[in-house]
Design a protein around this ligand. Structure first.
Ligand SMILES: Nc1ncnc2c1ncn2[C@@H]1O[C@H](COP(=O)(O)OP(=O)(O)O)[C@@H](O)[C@H]1O
Ligand SMILES: [Mg+2]
Length: 144
């Protein structure tokens, strides 16, 4: 069944839980196995946390949007913020790179390893869009 939805929520950490529950519920409808639902939840949490923490520096009056599209073979989630943006995406995606010394710099590493596709678009001062795609094993080809 094809399904599309858009979910826009305030930039507060409590909403990370809601975002991951939504991703998990949709993934469960597609019959992703439990371990892959966990992977999906982690990837979505990382993307949404980044929007809140880095994009908006925790400013609660800002909004994060999650656009979700499911088909019988995959789930696609686009997490966007209109926050500060990323100056150097390649650098930001490197393992252990973080602009915050308190953080581990593994968010993008998890997103990349747990999803079949990860695409990041960002513009300084405009915001960031992170596209995450995960295929059901039966539809996962070696190219994704
Ligand atoms: N939505 C975003 N807006 C602005 N900067 C971001 C965003 N997402 C990631 N970044 C930048 O990319 C870096 C790496 O992100 P990540 O791999 O999740 O590590 P961490 O969150 O632990 O710093 C962040 O430290 C931040 O500088
Ligand atoms: Mg992160």
């Amino acid at each position: 069944m094809n399904n599309r939805m858009t979910f826009t929520f305030q930039s507060i950490s409590e909403n990370v839980t809601i975002a991951r529950m939504l991703a998990s519920a949709l993934g469960a409808q597609l019959n992703f196995p439990l371990n892959e639902l966990e992977e999906l939840k982690v990837a979505v949490s990382e993307a949404v946390s980044n929007a809140i923490i880095h994009g908006y520096q925790n400013a609660p009056a800002e909004f994060v949007t999650m656009e979700i599209e499911t088909t019988s073979e995959k789930v696609m989630i686009l997490v966007s913020d209109s926050g500060c943006g990323i100056a150097d995406i390649d650098q930001a995606m490197q393992a252990s790179y973080s602009t915050d010394p308190e953080r581990m710099g593994l968010g993008f590493v998890f997103m990349k390893s747990f999803m079949d596709e990860l695409n990041v678009e960002s513009e300084v001062g405009k915001g960031t869009k992170v596209k995450l795609v995960k295929y059901l094993a039966s539809h996962r080809s070696s190219s994704h």
